[in-house]
Each structure stands twice: as C-alpha cells, then as structure tokens.
Design a protein around this ligand. Structure first.
Ligand code: CA
Length: 250
C-alpha cells in the first residue's frame, strides 16, 4: 500500500486552512484531511489540531486492536478531536467558534473504514468507476436529499459552502462511519471541497488512474483544481492498494 498527500493554499486565500496527516509506518495506513473555518488563525489551528489529534488517538488505539474495533476507534478519535478544539476555543475571544471538517480512514488489507464530519470527502476509485463513500453534511446536500436541488444545481448554489456539522464548534459531534471492501488496484482519495468544487467526479477518476503513482495523482488533482481557478485551499490524500498489502507507507 502506498500513500501520499498534498495541500495547496492557492492564489486567492491568505492562508491554508486545510490540513492532512498520514500515519507513520508500522501501524497500517491511517489518513485524515481537515478543512478549517474560523476568523483570525482559528481555521488553520482547528484543522491542524483535529488532524493531529485524530491521528495520534487512532494510531495508539489501532496498535492495540485486532481490527474489530476500528469503527469505534474512528468515532472516538473524532470525539477526542472535537473536545480538544471545543475546550481550547471555549474561553477564547480570538478563537471562539473555530471548527473544521474531517474525513479520515483506516486502510486494512481487505477493507477500508471511513469517518466524516462536514463536506470533505472520501472516494474509492477503481478501473470500473468512482464511488463517493462519504455523505456531505452540508446545506446543499440536505436540499438535494429533499428533492429541492439537483446535484448539478448544488455544485453552483451560492450557499454550497455551508456545512451542517463541524468538529469543534459544539460540545458534542456526531460522525458517520462507512466500511467498504478493498482489494489490489483500488485507490482511495480523501479531499477537501477546494478540490471537489473545481473537479467533478468523472475527472477525479480519470486523473487519478492516469497518474503513475500516488504523488503524481495528488499533483495532477491539485494542479487541475488550481488551474480551474478554485478560490479555495485544495487538499488530496491518495492511498493505493498494491500487491504488497502487508506493507505500508512506501
Ligand atoms: Ca474549503
């Protein structure tokens, strides 16, 4: 299994409020992407704290687990990140209200478990197609679910950036878990809306599979988003299931 991540500020934002982490080697592949929000330095700090906290909590717990508790561990890791940010911002005027999206995954040899809050996404990409694994917690997704918007209208809706759940803004957060089988040749993509707002799913599929490796895939995805004039930060983490499934990190 190989993995790579890339995050770009882009030309329109004063700072990069996206963050990502990929676990150190030796504990299976674990990865997370967060997209922060909040004034002052709040957004950047929130995404960084959430990503760091998520990885450190889950890596310790996963090391001690046989795999049967993956879903609980991911949920608890999100809860821990939520508490950390909420408590940090609670007493602060400067950081009040800061929060972040989170999409994270643990990638086992035969399956992947994903967790999400907000509108950062996970995809599975295979030869025969691309599947969106997570469900956005966003205003436009609610409107699509209610039949008020088509997915195409949602992409252009002026309030498409409004998320209905975030990590760190409330004392408690509910996350969603998704489990999918995985096999050799599968590619998983974790990304922020700076990518998906500019590059549609069929193109994510094409660009990822055309790249020779995980690093080139990330580069192609982010460069395409930036060349389209995305006015946001853009982040992609790519995990490729190879022959050497027992390995990771390289
Ligand atoms: Ca964003």
């Amino acid at each position: 299994m190989v993995s790579y991540g890339l995050s770009e500020q882009g030309p329109y934002r004063a700072e990069n409020q996206d963050a990502f982490r990929i676990s150190p080697e030796g504990i299976g592949v674990l990865a997370v992407v967060c997209d922060g929000m909040g004034g002052a330095a709040g957004g950047r700090l929130a995404s960084d704290m959430a990503a760091e906290s998520f990885i450190s909590f889950s890596s310790i717990s996963l090391e001690l687990s046989d795999g049967s508790e993956d879903a609980d561990i991911l949920r608890l890791a999100v809860t821990a990140a939520n508490r950390k940010i909420y408590e940090f911002a609670y007493d602060s005027e400067e950081y009040a209200g800061m929060g972040t999206t989170l999409v994270g995954g643990v990638f086992r040899p035969d399956r992947a478990l994903l967790v999400n809050v907000g509108d950062s996404r996970a995809y599975r990409i295979a030869r025969d197609g691309i599947t969106r694994l997570t469900r956005d917690h966003s205003l436009v997704q609610q409107m699509v679910d209610a039949g008020e918007l088509t997915p195409e209208q949602a992409r252009r809706h002026p309030r498409r950036n409004i998320i209905t759940r975030a990590v760190g803004t409330e004392p408690f957060v509910t996350s969603d878990i998704f489990e999918v089988p995985a096999r050799e040749g599968d590619v998983f993509l974790l990304c922020s809306d700076g990518l998906t707002g500019a590059v549609e799913d069929p193109e994510l599929h094409r660009l990822t599979l055309a790249a020779p490796d995980a690093e080139s895939a990330c580069r192609a995805l982010i460069d395409t988003a930036l060349s389209r004039g995305t006015r946001d930060n853009a982040t992609a983490v790519v995990i490729i299931y190879g022959k050497e499934n027992a390995d990771n990190g390289e």
